[in-house]
Design a protein around this ligand. Structure first.
Ligand SMILES: C[S@@+](CC[C@H](N)C(=O)[O-])C[C@H]1O[C@@H](n2cnc3c(N)ncnc32)[C@H](O)[C@@H]1O
Length: 212
């Protein structure tokens, strides 16, 4: 099975659940902590936001409903991206959807103000290339926001084990991701949330100062 097929298989079940429950999620997420973080990092509703490894685009839909106007989702799976386009149509949302590998993102340098990666980095065998690519597509001063389950939290660990993870899928701790992000994003913050259930990862692309 190639990587694309594995990605699709992995995500099939959660796609169905999440799409069926989208309306409920829209209400549940209103005023949610994560959206407040997005608001703070994006700065304003005209900011360009990329939803990386975004599956069928449900988070992009939520961002659009929150008033964001410049949205793009990408995912490795063609089927997920097809589903995302259908979802955007159903919700009358103008957002781009792109088939792309996070390790080689098909977007130009300095493209976006914010990259969000929701519960996906632990699907990658190594995060170095992905983090470098996220930095490349960020504008100077732009942010990466990633939210991941915490390997050191018993509930997160149990849920992960119950989901029958593939070989590539490995939870990590905040200490482990800190050592991966630090060499790439000199300005970063990593902290846990929800009694240690989630790890919040924020990286900022440095602003280059002109030499006078
Ligand atoms: C757990 S799902 C999360 C999807 C979405 N972020 C969400 O929270 O609903 C992981 C997603 O990563 C995608 N994926 C896996 N490997 C990828 C890669 N190398 N580049 C881009 N997307 C990838 C899968 O197709 C899948 O849609």
């Amino acid at each position: 099975m190639n990587q694309n097929k594995i990605a699709e298989k992995l995500y099939q079940n959660s796609v169905n659940v999440r799409q069926d429950n989208l309306e409920r999620l829209l209400v549940a997420y209103k005023g949610d902590y994560y959206f407040n973080l997005v608001d703070r990092l994006a700065g304003n509703k005209d900011a360009v936001i990329v939803d990386g490894m975004g599956g069928t685009g449900f988070f992009t839909v939520l961002l659009a409903k929150r008033g964001y106007k410049n949205l793009l989702v990408f995912d490795l799976s063609e089927n997920n991206i097809k589903a995302a386009r259908a979802l955007f149509k159903r919700h009358k949302i103008k957002a781009r959807a792109l088939v792309s590998d996070i390790e080689k993102i098909r977007l130009k340098d300095n493209f976006t103000d914010l990259v969000v990666v929701m519960t996906s980095l632990h699907h990658l065998p190594s995060r170095t290339k992905a983090l470098r690519e996220c930095k490349r597509i960020l504008k100077p001063g732009g942010y990466l926001l990633a939210i991941e389950p915490n390997k050191l939290n018993p509930l997160a660990l149990w849920r992960h084990w119950r989901s029958k993870p593939s070989v590539n899928e490995k939870l990590f701790s905040s200490g482990e991701i800190r050592s991966e992000i630090a060499p790439i994003f000199p300005e970063y913050r990593v902290f846990t949330h929800k009694f240690g259930y989630k790890i919040i990862i924020i990286g900022r692309k440095p602003v280059r100062r002109k030499i006078r």
